[in-house]
Design a protein around this ligand. Sequence first.
Ligand SMILES: NC(=O)C1=CN([C@@H]2O[C@H](COP(=O)(O)OP(=O)(O)OC[C@H]3O[C@@H](n4cnc5c(N)ncnc54)[C@H](OP(=O)(O)O)[C@@H]3O)[C@@H](O)[C@H]2O)C=CC1
Ligand SMILES: O=C(O)[C@@H]1CCC=N1
Length: 278
Amino acid sequence: MTETLPPLLLVGCGKMGGAMLDGWLKEGLAPSFIVDRHRDSVPAPHHLVRSLDDVPADFRPGMIILATKPQKVDAVLPTVAQFALHAPVISVLAGRTVKSLTDALAALQPPGSPTPIVIRTMPNTPSAIGQGMTVCYAPPIATPAQRRLCTRLLRAVGEVAWVEHEDQIDIVTSISGSGPAYVFLLAELLEQLGVADGLPPDLARLIARQTVSGAGALMQQSGIDAATLRHNVTSPNGTTQKALEVLMADGAWPATLAAALKAGAKRARELSGPQPVS
Ligand SMILES: NC(=O)C1=CN([C@@H]2O[C@H](COP(=O)(O)OP(=O)(O)OC[C@H]3O[C@@H](n4cnc5c(N)ncnc54)[C@H](OP(=O)(O)O)[C@@H]3O)[C@@H](O)[C@H]2O)C=CC1
Ligand SMILES: O=C(O)[C@@H]1CCC=N1
């Protein structure tokens, strides 16, 4: 039987918070408060509220999840700080450092309060179907029990890994946080190029989607490493070899992807502190 997940205060339930919530709902979540301006509904016994001010002050979540855009988070911190007197905070925000969030919360709490516990995580949207990848960093003051609770919660929506150095989360963000977008882009481009070469649009869409999802499923279910799977497709002097020679050429995929990951990680570093509201 699935162990009930702790009650949550989920602040922001858009694309990422919503994906995680969908995963948690399937795994059995204790009655939780979801704060979001746009989501239509959440199933009972959970509560959907439009503002943090509508969460009863005596609600005691097991974890607080911060899932607003980085530009919107500072507006919610005064209320979050009150709940954070009793529960650790998991941030899914790109870039924002543990120190920056901890200092901001501490400044909003009564003098002499214990240091708020902030765990920084980087999930991704396949969490919605239990296929997420989340990488976590906790500061040394987080207890083993708090780390275990974080693992348990995020394990409910996919794989979980921990890093010991917070700055590693920036490249993780570029790889697994943003990564689904690169894969979806590949599917989009395969479809568009098929259409451009005269395939009926429905057929181009079907073969692009099934190729991407079939390759992902084969990698997952076979457990075979990616390079071997690629070799298995590549006949000597065949069609794949000719195509890969283009993709692997100097300045092509390896260089382009490296530059893309670097640009994403750089943006994460720019988001390390409070952001102007946009
Ligand atoms: N999308 C992704 O794939 C990933 C995102 N992330 C991180 O997750 C966070 C959220 O991103 P994403 O889900 O894409 O963003 P979204 O804009 O889709 O979701 C955020 C939601 O929070 C709501 N919100 C913000 N402030 C408040 C408030 N004060 N009261 C009520 N609701 C509020 C927003 O409403 P409104 O628009 O009206 O402000 C919005 O519905 C970001 O920090 C991002 O870095 C991390 C990994 C992957
Ligand atoms: O684009 C972003 O900033 C967020 C973080 C990783 C995925 N989406």
